[in-house]
Design a protein around this ligand. Sequence first.
Ligand SMILES: *Cc1c(COP(=O)(O)O)cnc(C)c1O
Length: 372
Amino acid sequence: MSTHETERLAAELLHHFGRGLQPGESVVPSIVPTAVFHLPGDPSDVAYQYGRYNNPTWEALEAALRLLEDAETVVFPSGMAAIAALLFTNLAAGDRVLLPSDGYYTTRVLGEKYLKPLGVVIETRPTATFLDGGFEGYRLVLIETPSNPGLDVCDIAAAAGLAKRAGALLAVDNTTMTPLGQRPLELGADIVVCADTKAINGHSDALMGHVASRNDQVMTRVRDWRRYGGAIPSPFEAWLVYRGLETLEVRFSRMCATAAIVAERLARHECVTAVRYPGLANDPSHAIARKQMTTFGSMITLTLRDGAMAERFIGACAYIQPSTSFGGVRTCAERRARWGDSVPDGFVRLSIGLEPAEVLWASMDEALRRAE
Ligand SMILES: *Cc1c(COP(=O)(O)O)cnc(C)c1O
């Protein structure tokens, strides 16, 4: 999708709700906190029956996400609830699923802890060589690109071709890029999952997730899973995420533009051992990233001499919030080895926020020198 088309979507996002309003109605969705709806007579005649089935505030958020995804969308109370819906509605005993070995850790834990005992075979591959060996024999393949935290990328169109040939469903965890930065369904993926907790909400004050697909059978299963499994979002959080989503385009483009500046400077900095950012011309991810991403993202990883130096850098920088997660308004960072990721001790994942670039860079440059 061209930048122009992405920008048209961003503009449409701001106006779609207002179309079709009656005079005097609110121009923003309402929070509808109810467990029950007035339901006389035949329930099938009524749009809203019970709070676990449907809710007008979820629907407002789903309509906005459906517009961006250009696909049917179901929201869940967290990214993991969306991923659980994906896995549990598409896998049964005897099925094989392929997950990234270097992707979001909790997805693998969920598979190992709950799907494996049900008879699902779980296999993993690193993102950088994910396509090697093809997808023959898999029922479901999940990729995460750029991977988190390594920022390796996987060619989505090539993966979709392999999945089609093997009769597998291809799902993409698009959390790091959002539908404005990367469009897996247009590249041939069957399903997108996203943790809206990150850039889509963007304010670090709510969790949310969604599943989107143009495959009606997949979406019916996912919708039923929410209705019967009961993993439903709160109307309050759905409203917050809707509000956050309205500014996604301006936030994400600012974050990515600043990340590009910071990555270039980190790569040249004498105190930094290594930098990964898909936007750097010499990064191993660059060629595929250029092909399939409309921007290079807001995350950078850097490696410092050792863990102690990395902790000093994070602690010394006035505009880095030490925290896990990413995609929020504040720049944040953490040493990933503290979670057991297989990365060097001095490896730092940096999520760029909305601080003006030069102010942010000055604080980082100073913190790097003080950490030495
Ligand atoms: C955060 C994250 C998730 C999980 O989202 P939650 O809202 O924390 O459940 C899934 N995938 C990726 C890539 C993430 O970054």
